[in-house]
Design a protein around this ligand. Structure first.
Ligand code: TRP
Length: 335
Protein backbone atom coordinates (compact mmCIF):
# COMPACT_ATOMS: atom_id res chain seq x y z
CA UNK A 1 0.00 0.00 0.00
CA UNK A 2 1.62 3.24 -1.00
CA UNK A 3 0.92 6.61 0.53
CA UNK A 4 1.20 9.98 -1.16
CA UNK A 5 1.76 13.39 0.36
CA UNK A 6 1.91 16.92 -0.94
CA UNK A 7 1.94 20.43 0.50
CA UNK A 8 0.84 23.83 -0.75
CA UNK A 9 2.52 26.99 0.44
CA UNK A 10 -0.02 29.51 1.74
CA UNK A 11 1.45 32.63 0.20
CA UNK A 12 -1.25 33.75 -2.24
CA UNK A 13 -4.67 33.21 -3.80
CA UNK A 14 -5.21 30.12 -5.94
CA UNK A 15 -5.00 30.85 -9.68
CA UNK A 16 -6.03 28.92 -12.78
CA UNK A 17 -2.46 27.66 -13.25
CA UNK A 18 -2.52 26.08 -9.75
CA UNK A 19 -5.76 24.34 -10.66
CA UNK A 20 -4.45 22.86 -13.91
CA UNK A 21 -0.95 22.08 -12.66
CA UNK A 22 -1.52 21.06 -9.05
CA UNK A 23 -5.06 20.76 -7.72
CA UNK A 24 -6.61 18.68 -10.50
CA UNK A 25 -3.75 16.20 -11.00
CA UNK A 26 -3.23 15.79 -7.24
CA UNK A 27 -6.91 15.03 -6.65
CA UNK A 28 -6.73 12.39 -9.36
CA UNK A 29 -3.68 10.78 -7.80
CA UNK A 30 -5.32 10.88 -4.37
CA UNK A 31 -8.26 8.94 -5.81
CA UNK A 32 -5.90 6.19 -6.96
CA UNK A 33 -3.99 5.87 -3.69
CA UNK A 34 -4.97 4.09 -0.51
CA UNK A 35 -3.53 6.66 1.88
CA UNK A 36 -3.04 10.36 1.21
CA UNK A 37 -1.84 13.48 2.98
CA UNK A 38 -2.51 17.00 1.83
CA UNK A 39 -1.46 19.95 3.90
CA UNK A 40 -1.19 23.71 3.99
CA UNK A 41 2.50 24.54 4.28
CA UNK A 42 1.86 27.65 6.36
CA UNK A 43 5.26 27.66 8.05
CA UNK A 44 6.87 27.32 4.62
CA UNK A 45 5.02 30.43 3.52
CA UNK A 46 7.04 32.54 5.99
CA UNK A 47 10.04 31.92 3.75
CA UNK A 48 8.32 33.65 0.85
CA UNK A 49 6.38 36.41 2.56
CA UNK A 50 5.72 37.63 6.09
CA UNK A 51 2.45 39.48 5.79
CA UNK A 52 0.16 38.14 8.57
CA UNK A 53 -3.02 39.17 6.73
CA UNK A 54 -1.90 37.45 3.54
CA UNK A 55 -0.90 34.24 5.35
CA UNK A 56 -4.26 34.11 7.10
CA UNK A 57 -6.32 34.91 4.01
CA UNK A 58 -4.35 32.58 1.79
CA UNK A 59 -4.77 29.68 4.24
CA UNK A 60 -8.56 30.00 4.14
CA UNK A 61 -8.61 30.46 0.36
CA UNK A 62 -6.38 27.50 -0.38
CA UNK A 63 -8.16 25.18 2.06
CA UNK A 64 -11.52 26.27 0.58
CA UNK A 65 -10.32 25.77 -2.98
CA UNK A 66 -9.20 22.17 -2.35
CA UNK A 67 -12.43 21.32 -0.56
CA UNK A 68 -14.49 22.98 -3.28
CA UNK A 69 -12.66 21.04 -6.00
CA UNK A 70 -13.56 17.75 -4.35
CA UNK A 71 -10.98 16.89 -1.71
CA UNK A 72 -12.68 14.47 0.68
CA UNK A 73 -11.38 15.11 4.21
CA UNK A 74 -12.79 11.74 5.32
CA UNK A 75 -10.40 9.96 2.96
CA UNK A 76 -7.37 12.25 3.07
CA UNK A 77 -5.39 13.59 6.00
CA UNK A 78 -6.00 17.32 5.51
CA UNK A 79 -4.18 19.63 7.94
CA UNK A 80 -2.07 22.70 8.55
CA UNK A 81 1.65 22.06 8.94
CA UNK A 82 1.69 24.47 11.89
CA UNK A 83 -0.86 22.39 13.80
CA UNK A 84 1.15 19.18 13.68
CA UNK A 85 3.91 20.33 15.99
CA UNK A 86 5.84 17.07 15.61
CA UNK A 87 6.87 18.29 12.15
CA UNK A 88 8.78 21.22 13.63
CA UNK A 89 10.36 18.93 16.20
CA UNK A 90 11.55 16.53 13.51
CA UNK A 91 12.79 19.56 11.56
CA UNK A 92 15.19 20.34 14.40
CA UNK A 93 16.36 16.76 14.79
CA UNK A 94 17.01 16.44 11.06
CA UNK A 95 18.81 19.77 10.87
CA UNK A 96 21.45 18.26 13.17
CA UNK A 97 22.27 15.43 10.80
CA UNK A 98 22.06 17.52 7.62
CA UNK A 99 25.37 18.88 6.42
CA UNK A 100 25.51 22.58 5.75
CA UNK A 101 27.22 21.75 2.44
CA UNK A 102 24.11 19.95 1.24
CA UNK A 103 21.98 23.03 1.93
CA UNK A 104 24.55 25.30 0.24
CA UNK A 105 23.67 23.49 -2.99
CA UNK A 106 19.87 24.01 -2.76
CA UNK A 107 18.46 25.77 -5.85
CA UNK A 108 16.35 28.26 -3.89
CA UNK A 109 19.31 29.39 -1.80
CA UNK A 110 21.64 29.52 -4.79
CA UNK A 111 19.10 31.54 -6.77
CA UNK A 112 18.93 34.09 -3.93
CA UNK A 113 22.73 34.32 -3.88
CA UNK A 114 22.86 34.67 -7.68
CA UNK A 115 20.47 37.60 -7.42
CA UNK A 116 22.83 39.31 -4.96
CA UNK A 117 25.73 38.60 -7.25
CA UNK A 118 23.87 40.16 -10.22
CA UNK A 119 23.20 43.22 -8.08
CA UNK A 120 26.96 43.37 -7.39
CA UNK A 121 26.37 42.87 -3.66
CA UNK A 122 29.60 42.20 -1.77
CA UNK A 123 27.81 40.01 0.76
CA UNK A 124 26.20 37.21 -1.23
CA UNK A 125 24.03 36.29 1.77
CA UNK A 126 22.54 39.75 2.11
CA UNK A 127 18.81 39.56 2.88
CA UNK A 128 18.80 35.77 2.91
CA UNK A 129 17.19 34.30 6.02
CA UNK A 130 18.12 31.13 7.89
CA UNK A 131 14.55 30.07 7.09
CA UNK A 132 15.24 30.06 3.35
CA UNK A 133 18.50 28.22 3.94
CA UNK A 134 16.77 25.53 6.02
CA UNK A 135 13.83 25.20 3.64
CA UNK A 136 14.83 21.69 2.42
CA UNK A 137 15.08 20.35 6.00
CA UNK A 138 11.55 21.45 6.88
CA UNK A 139 10.34 19.86 3.67
CA UNK A 140 12.12 16.63 4.60
CA UNK A 141 10.38 16.69 8.00
CA UNK A 142 6.98 17.20 6.29
CA UNK A 143 7.55 14.11 4.21
CA UNK A 144 9.41 11.76 6.57
CA UNK A 145 7.12 12.17 9.58
CA UNK A 146 4.36 10.21 7.78
CA UNK A 147 6.45 7.43 6.19
CA UNK A 148 5.51 8.80 2.78
CA UNK A 149 6.09 6.59 -0.25
CA UNK A 150 5.35 9.02 -3.07
CA UNK A 151 5.57 12.80 -3.36
CA UNK A 152 3.93 14.19 -6.49
CA UNK A 153 5.66 17.49 -7.29
CA UNK A 154 6.55 19.78 -10.15
CA UNK A 155 10.06 19.46 -11.57
CA UNK A 156 11.13 22.59 -9.62
CA UNK A 157 10.81 20.55 -6.41
CA UNK A 158 12.77 17.51 -7.60
CA UNK A 159 15.95 18.52 -5.81
CA UNK A 160 14.09 18.85 -2.50
CA UNK A 161 12.93 15.25 -2.69
CA UNK A 162 16.47 14.11 -3.49
CA UNK A 163 17.69 15.97 -0.42
CA UNK A 164 14.92 14.38 1.65
CA UNK A 165 16.16 10.98 0.51
CA UNK A 166 19.75 11.89 1.42
CA UNK A 167 18.71 13.13 4.85
CA UNK A 168 16.61 10.03 5.58
CA UNK A 169 19.40 7.71 4.46
CA UNK A 170 21.87 9.52 6.69
CA UNK A 171 19.56 9.21 9.71
CA UNK A 172 19.10 5.48 9.03
CA UNK A 173 22.86 5.02 8.65
CA UNK A 174 23.55 6.74 11.97
CA UNK A 175 20.70 5.37 14.09
CA UNK A 176 19.40 2.27 12.31
CA UNK A 177 16.48 1.78 9.91
CA UNK A 178 13.85 4.34 10.98
CA UNK A 179 12.80 6.62 8.15
CA UNK A 180 11.22 5.56 4.88
CA UNK A 181 12.97 6.77 1.73
CA UNK A 182 10.33 8.50 -0.45
CA UNK A 183 10.11 8.70 -4.24
CA UNK A 184 9.34 11.83 -6.23
CA UNK A 185 6.61 11.56 -8.83
CA UNK A 186 7.37 14.24 -11.38
CA UNK A 187 4.39 14.98 -13.55
CA UNK A 188 5.72 15.23 -17.09
CA UNK A 189 2.39 15.20 -18.91
CA UNK A 190 0.57 17.70 -16.71
CA UNK A 191 -0.29 20.68 -18.89
CA UNK A 192 1.32 23.96 -17.91
CA UNK A 193 -1.00 26.92 -18.23
CA UNK A 194 0.61 30.09 -19.55
CA UNK A 195 -0.14 33.59 -18.29
CA UNK A 196 -2.47 35.77 -20.39
CA UNK A 197 0.60 37.41 -21.98
CA UNK A 198 2.18 34.07 -22.92
CA UNK A 199 4.87 34.12 -20.22
CA UNK A 200 4.89 31.78 -17.22
CA UNK A 201 1.73 32.41 -15.15
CA UNK A 202 2.90 34.33 -12.11
CA UNK A 203 1.70 36.80 -9.52
CA UNK A 204 4.67 39.03 -10.17
CA UNK A 205 3.96 39.35 -13.91
CA UNK A 206 0.30 40.18 -13.16
CA UNK A 207 -0.66 37.81 -15.98
CA UNK A 208 -2.56 35.31 -13.84
CA UNK A 209 -6.25 34.48 -13.75
CA UNK A 210 -7.85 33.90 -10.38
CA UNK A 211 -9.21 30.39 -10.02
CA UNK A 212 -12.53 31.50 -8.62
CA UNK A 213 -13.76 34.88 -9.66
CA UNK A 214 -17.29 35.80 -10.67
CA UNK A 215 -18.28 34.86 -14.23
CA UNK A 216 -17.90 38.39 -15.50
CA UNK A 217 -14.38 38.72 -14.13
CA UNK A 218 -13.40 35.35 -15.58
CA UNK A 219 -14.69 36.43 -18.97
CA UNK A 220 -12.77 39.67 -18.77
CA UNK A 221 -9.54 37.90 -17.83
CA UNK A 222 -9.87 35.38 -20.65
CA UNK A 223 -10.44 38.21 -23.11
CA UNK A 224 -7.00 39.51 -22.16
CA UNK A 225 -5.22 36.46 -23.55
CA UNK A 226 -2.87 37.64 -26.31
CA UNK A 227 -3.56 36.67 -29.91
CA UNK A 228 -2.17 37.77 -33.28
CA UNK A 229 -4.07 40.13 -35.57
CA UNK A 230 -5.54 37.55 -37.95
CA UNK A 231 -9.12 38.33 -38.95
CA UNK A 232 -12.15 36.02 -38.79
CA UNK A 233 -12.04 33.74 -41.82
CA UNK A 234 -8.25 33.55 -41.84
CA UNK A 235 -6.87 30.13 -40.77
CA UNK A 236 -5.11 30.19 -37.41
CA UNK A 237 -2.12 28.22 -36.18
CA UNK A 238 -2.50 26.23 -32.97
CA UNK A 239 1.27 26.10 -32.53
CA UNK A 240 2.52 28.84 -30.20
CA UNK A 241 -1.03 30.10 -29.63
CA UNK A 242 -1.59 31.05 -25.99
CA UNK A 243 -5.34 30.66 -26.44
CA UNK A 244 -4.80 27.12 -27.72
CA UNK A 245 -2.69 26.37 -24.63
CA UNK A 246 -5.81 27.10 -22.56
CA UNK A 247 -8.00 24.87 -24.72
CA UNK A 248 -5.44 22.09 -24.34
CA UNK A 249 -5.51 22.39 -20.57
CA UNK A 250 -9.28 22.14 -20.27
CA UNK A 251 -10.72 20.34 -23.32
CA UNK A 252 -11.41 16.63 -23.66
CA UNK A 253 -9.63 14.89 -26.53
CA UNK A 254 -12.77 14.92 -28.64
CA UNK A 255 -13.46 18.59 -28.10
CA UNK A 256 -9.83 19.44 -28.82
CA UNK A 257 -10.21 17.83 -32.26
CA UNK A 258 -13.06 20.24 -32.85
CA UNK A 259 -10.98 23.15 -31.62
CA UNK A 260 -8.25 22.19 -34.11
CA UNK A 261 -10.82 22.46 -36.89
CA UNK A 262 -12.13 25.79 -35.61
CA UNK A 263 -8.57 27.14 -35.72
CA UNK A 264 -7.88 25.88 -39.23
CA UNK A 265 -11.29 27.01 -40.47
CA UNK A 266 -10.49 30.50 -39.31
CA UNK A 267 -12.99 31.07 -36.51
CA UNK A 268 -12.54 34.59 -35.13
CA UNK A 269 -10.51 35.17 -31.95
CA UNK A 270 -13.48 36.77 -30.22
CA UNK A 271 -15.69 33.75 -30.82
CA UNK A 272 -12.90 31.38 -29.82
CA UNK A 273 -12.49 33.28 -26.56
CA UNK A 274 -16.18 33.00 -25.94
CA UNK A 275 -15.98 29.21 -26.54
CA UNK A 276 -13.08 29.03 -24.12
CA UNK A 277 -15.05 30.89 -21.50
CA UNK A 278 -17.94 28.41 -21.84
CA UNK A 279 -15.55 25.49 -21.51
CA UNK A 280 -13.79 26.74 -18.39
CA UNK A 281 -16.90 28.17 -16.80
CA UNK A 282 -18.75 24.86 -17.14
CA UNK A 283 -15.89 23.06 -15.42
CA UNK A 284 -15.59 25.54 -12.55
CA UNK A 285 -19.21 26.53 -11.96
CA UNK A 286 -20.13 24.09 -9.20
CA UNK A 287 -16.78 24.32 -7.46
CA UNK A 288 -17.00 28.11 -7.54
CA UNK A 289 -20.25 28.05 -5.64
CA UNK A 290 -18.79 25.72 -3.02
CA UNK A 291 -15.66 27.86 -2.80
CA UNK A 292 -17.61 30.98 -1.92
CA UNK A 293 -19.68 28.96 0.54
CA UNK A 294 -16.52 27.88 2.38
CA UNK A 295 -15.04 31.39 2.32
CA UNK A 296 -18.18 32.65 3.99
CA UNK A 297 -18.24 29.79 6.47
CA UNK A 298 -14.67 29.77 7.68
CA UNK A 299 -15.77 28.04 10.89
CA UNK A 300 -16.60 24.93 8.85
CA UNK A 301 -13.20 24.92 7.19
CA UNK A 302 -11.57 25.40 10.60
CA UNK A 303 -13.53 22.42 11.99
CA UNK A 304 -12.59 20.19 9.05
CA UNK A 305 -8.90 21.04 9.45
CA UNK A 306 -8.99 20.56 13.22
CA UNK A 307 -10.35 17.06 12.75
CA UNK A 308 -7.60 16.26 10.27
CA UNK A 309 -4.99 17.72 12.59
CA UNK A 310 -6.01 15.46 15.49
CA UNK A 311 -5.66 12.39 13.26
CA UNK A 312 -2.40 13.54 11.70
CA UNK A 313 -0.88 14.43 15.07
CA UNK A 314 -1.60 10.95 16.42
CA UNK A 315 0.28 9.38 13.52
CA UNK A 316 3.08 11.92 13.75
CA UNK A 317 3.56 11.39 17.48
CA UNK A 318 3.86 7.64 16.96
CA UNK A 319 6.62 8.19 14.44
CA UNK A 320 8.38 10.77 16.56
CA UNK A 321 8.47 8.49 19.62
CA UNK A 322 10.47 6.06 17.50
CA UNK A 323 12.77 8.82 16.24
CA UNK A 324 13.34 10.26 19.74
CA UNK A 325 14.08 6.80 21.11
CA UNK A 326 16.66 6.21 18.40
CA UNK A 327 18.54 9.40 19.25
CA UNK A 328 18.45 8.73 23.00
CA UNK A 329 15.65 11.07 24.00
CA UNK A 330 13.51 8.62 25.97
CA UNK A 331 12.32 7.80 29.50
CA UNK A 332 15.27 7.63 31.88
CA UNK A 333 14.24 4.28 33.29
CA UNK A 334 14.28 2.67 29.86
CA UNK A 335 17.30 0.73 28.61
N1 TRP B 1 7.83 23.61 -1.19
C1 TRP B 1 6.66 23.15 -1.86
C2 TRP B 1 6.29 24.15 -2.98
O1 TRP B 1 6.69 25.30 -2.91
C3 TRP B 1 5.52 23.01 -0.91
C4 TRP B 1 5.81 21.93 0.07
C5 TRP B 1 6.18 22.11 1.37
C6 TRP B 1 5.77 20.54 -0.19
N2 TRP B 1 6.37 20.90 1.95
C7 TRP B 1 6.16 19.91 1.04
C8 TRP B 1 5.48 19.76 -1.31
C9 TRP B 1 6.26 18.53 1.14
C10 TRP B 1 5.58 18.37 -1.19
C11 TRP B 1 5.97 17.77 0.01
O2 TRP B 1 5.59 23.79 -3.89
Amino acid sequence: MSSILTGITTSGSPHLGNYVGAIKPALEKIKESKKSFLFLADYHSLIKQQDPLLTHKSSLEIASAWLACGLDPEKTYFYRQSKVSQIMELNWILSNITSKGLLNRAHAYKAAQDLNSEKKQKDLDKGITAGLFNYPVLMAADILIFDTDIVPVGSDQKQHIEMTRDIAARFNHLYGETLKIPEALISENTPILLGTDGRKMSKSYKNYIELFSEEKALKKSLNQIVTDSLMPGEPKETKNSVLYNYFQAFATEIYLEEVNKMFSNGKGWGELKSDLFDLINTELKDSREKYFYFLNNANEVEAILKKGEIQASLLAEKKLIDVRNKIGIKPLDEK
